[in-house]
Design a protein around this ligand. Structure first.
Ligand SMILES: Cc1cc2nc3c(=O)[nH]c(=O)nc-3n(C[C@H](O)[C@H](O)[C@H](O)COP(=O)(O)O)c2cc1C
Length: 331
């Protein structure tokens, strides 16, 4: 049977009404204490009608891990109520909603009295502070922060969790040899570099139970000669597979270097590589804004879902328009 954007999909036991997903996009509208506001309720509710799944923006598991000070967070029980309102608004429009749990590591903007934590003490660039290499005790604390954030996500009513392990943030920093120069059990070999991500994922899985959707967003390429390649990232996914329900394939962010060739769907081949190595559902993203291209991704099973970002900011009904359009032969 041919899969189309209209086909229902499934992540773990969660049924999604179609194959379109609102990609996570920071809104920079959190309060200084990391709360979501009415803005978020309106913003996500308005964009929920036509997609099967909304993934809300990077939401910090700890205050010092906010990517920017105006990010939202879920690092205290006090955040649950506001996020619960966002969940209700999205459910009211008939979509499901995941939260993206994140910690920025060396790419965070902590308060002056908070520590900038990373696997190793290497600054991202001159605009960021030099991070501290997190101690083993700090790593235990961070794992606990993810665990608590996962429990709060469930309490707020989210249908699932996306762990942000892409774009050069903390989890990605452990995976990549560019940023992880540790000599303890969290650095060096592939098995050591995946250890922190594995422990975080296992802690989240244990907290939320086996039926609750947990997926991971990865960068499939570091665009760096010393960095990760798609097949290596696919191997990481294979190791995590028993703990997760889907993979969202993006790229880049570990260094300030950007890919030279950013054409429509430029990350689809990465999604296809990951898909060829896993039985998990795969989400493709990045410039997949034409109906023919989006339909082709799912019909040819290069990926199972298509996430759409920027057009949904400009035009909240963009997903509906994409679904209504007849696939044209032109990409
Ligand atoms: C304004 C903006 C904010 C973003 N914030 C996040 C984020 O919080 N987490 C994340 O994983 N990606 C984030 N992204 C990346 C998007 O999820 C998406 O991967 C990217 O925009 C490519 O998809 P598109 O070509 O459909 O926009 C952001 C992108 C934009 C434009």
């Amino acid at each position: 049977m041919t899969v189309s954007l209209h086909s229902p999909g499934r992540i773990n036991k969660l049924q999604l009404k179609n194959r379109l997903i609102l990609a996570p996009m920071q809104q920079h509208k959190g309060t200084p204490e990391g709360h979501a506001t009415d803005y978020h309720v309106q913003h996500y509710g308005r964009r929920a009608a036509d997609v099967g799944l909304v993934i809300i923006e990077s939401t910090a598991v700890s205050s010092e891990g906010r990517l920017y000070q105006d990010d939202i967070g879920i690092y205290s029980d006090a955040h649950i109520e506001d996020l619960g309102k966002v969940v209700k608004a999205v459910h009211a429009r008939g979509a499901r909603i995941f939260i993206q749990l994140s910690h920025g590591g060396r790419k965070s903007h902590p308060l002056p009295d908070e520590r900038l934590l990373a696997p190793s003490s290497i600054a991202f660039n001159a605009e960021y502070r030099l991070p501290f290499a997190a101690s083993e005790a700090e790593l235990e604390l961070l794992i606990d922060r993810y665990r608590k954030a996962a429990l709060r996500s469930q309490a707020a009513g989210f249908d699932g969790i996306e762990l942000h392990a892409a774009h050069g943030y903390l989890l990605h920093q452990f995976l990549s040899p560019v940023t992880n120069r540790r000599t303890d059990s969290y650095g060096g070999s592939v098995n050591n570099r995946i250890r922190f991500v594995h422990r975080v994922t296992a802690a989240v899985r244990e907290a939320v139970g086996s039926d609750y959707p947990v997926q991971i967003r990865v960068s499939a390429s570091d665009y760096d000669p010393a960095g990760l390649l798609p097949l290596q990232v696919a191997d990481f996914i294979a190791q995590l597979e028993p703990l997760i329900d889907a993979v969202h394939v993006s790229s880049g962010g570990i260094t300030p270097v950007r890919p030279l060739d950013v054409h429509p769907g430029y990350q689809i081949p990465y999604a296809a590589v990951v898909k060829s190595k896993t039985a998990l559902p795969v989400i493709a993203v990045g410039g997949i804004h034409g109906s023919a291209l989006a339909e082709r991704v799912v019909a040819e099973q290069l990926a199972d879902f298509v996430a759409i970002g920027r057009p949904m900011l400009e035009e909240p009904d963009f997903a509906g328009q994409l679904l209504d359009r007849k696939p044209s032969p032109i990409l």
